[in-house]
Write a protein that binds this ligand. Structure first.
Ligand SMILES: [Zn+2]
Ligand SMILES: [Zn+2]
Length: 343
């Protein structure tokens, strides 16, 4: 419903602005039109500024999901209320659709709820606000013409003005908070998607180039096959894998890393300073052969470090540097998993 009305506002507002603007321009260009130009220009401005422009911007903004859209939409709808009877009907329906949509957006983003204008309390509040609006408009009309309004109107004018002020502030606040949160969410989501998309494209391009190079090299073609089989290998990982003497960990873990690799255990580089060794650790033998002094340590990884579904994990770590040698925790060993240090 809101989108249908937004299209209506956008099209009628846009046509009104374009048509009125063209009429004014046409009159202005014709020297024989005289006073008519000024009168039509004033009439156009009086309709365009409070109604056509907000309707066009509001419809456009709502359709685009922008934060300012609902505010202009609400302004146009409130002005329409005074155009009895068709405008009033459209304005009421538009405001109900707007508040309903804002309530749904609020629920989705955890904002404080917005009372419904279609409920009994909402209808009374809306009627009060519209009635107050008429009182304020009549009073303003008389004031405009330099006359005093009927006594009944003058007497209730202050209360009506307060109601209108409160209703306006509340409406604008409610509309802005709802859309700001929703618009931010939309923008963040769009940015995340496009960034992920870009990263994926870059990865695919790089991967294709890497495969081409690996295929061309007799020594490396086996890595190309492994990548096609679903394993992940980049240049650094291949270089580390091919050089059995290479180490990446900090000085505190380098001896252990070299010893693990020296025993022929498969060790895969994850990132600089971080490797995965496909072996379990025989701790008594380890302690007997290696001195692991702080900041280096060996042990099971604390559970808070990982998600609850992860299997238990063990690692050599340096708490001073980022170095880590992940190993297979004893309960995760499979038949054939190597044991370090070898006896
Ligand atoms: Zn270190
Ligand atoms: Zn691993």
């Amino acid at each position: 419903m809101l989108r249908v009305l937004a299209w209506l506002y956008c099209i009628l507002g846009g046509l009104g602005l374009a048509g009125g603007g063209m009429l004014v321009a046409w009159l202005a260009a014709d020297p024989s039109s005289g006073d008519a130009t000024a009168i039509v220009t004033w009439l156009f401005l009086i309709v365009a500024v409070p109604l056509l422009l907000p309707a066009f911007l509001g419809g456009l903004g709502v359709l685009l999901g922008q934060s300012w859209g609902r505010v202009f939409f609400a302004i146009a709808s409130l002005i329409l209320l005074f155009a009895i009877p068709i405008g009033t009907a459209i304005g009421v329906v538009a405001l109900i659709a707007l508040t309903r949509e804002r309530r749904e957006a609020g629920e989705a983003s955890g904002l404080p709820p917005l009372p419904s204008l279609s409920g009994p309390v909402g209808i009374v509040l809306a009627m009060l606000a519209v009635g107050s609006g008429f009182v304020v408009a009549i009073q303003a009309g008389f004031f405009w013409h330099g006359e005093s309004a009927p006594l009944e109107i003058s007497r209730i004018f202050p209360a009506a003005a307060v109601i209108i002020a409160l209703a306006t502030v509340w409406l604008l606040y409610a509309l802005f908070t709802g859309t700001a949160a929703a618009a931010t969410r939309g923008r963040v989501r769009r940015r995340n998607i496009s960034q992920a998309q870009r990263e994926y494209e870059a990865f695919k391009t790089g991967q294709a180039a890497l495969l081409q190079r690996l295929d061309a090299d007799f020594d490396l073609v086996t890595y190309a096959d492994r990548i096609r089989a679903g394993e992940s290998w980049n240049e650094d990982q291949i270089a580390y894998d091919r050089d059995r003497k290479a180490t990446t960990c900090c000085e505190h873990l380098r001896d252990v890393e070299a010893a693990i690799r020296g025993e022929g255990v498969p060790v895969k580089l994850q990132l600089p300073g971080i490797v995965h060794a496909n072996c379990t650790v025989d701790e008594p033998v380890l302690r007997a052969r290696f001195t692991l002094d702080p900041p280096a340590w060996y042990g099971n990884l604390p559970h808070w470090d990982r998600s609850a579904e992860d299997p238990p994990a063990a690692a050599f770590k340096c708490s001073e540097h980022r170095s880590t040698i992940f190993v297979v925790e004893a309960s995760q060993a499979r038949p054939g998993t190597r044991v370090f240090p070898a006896r």
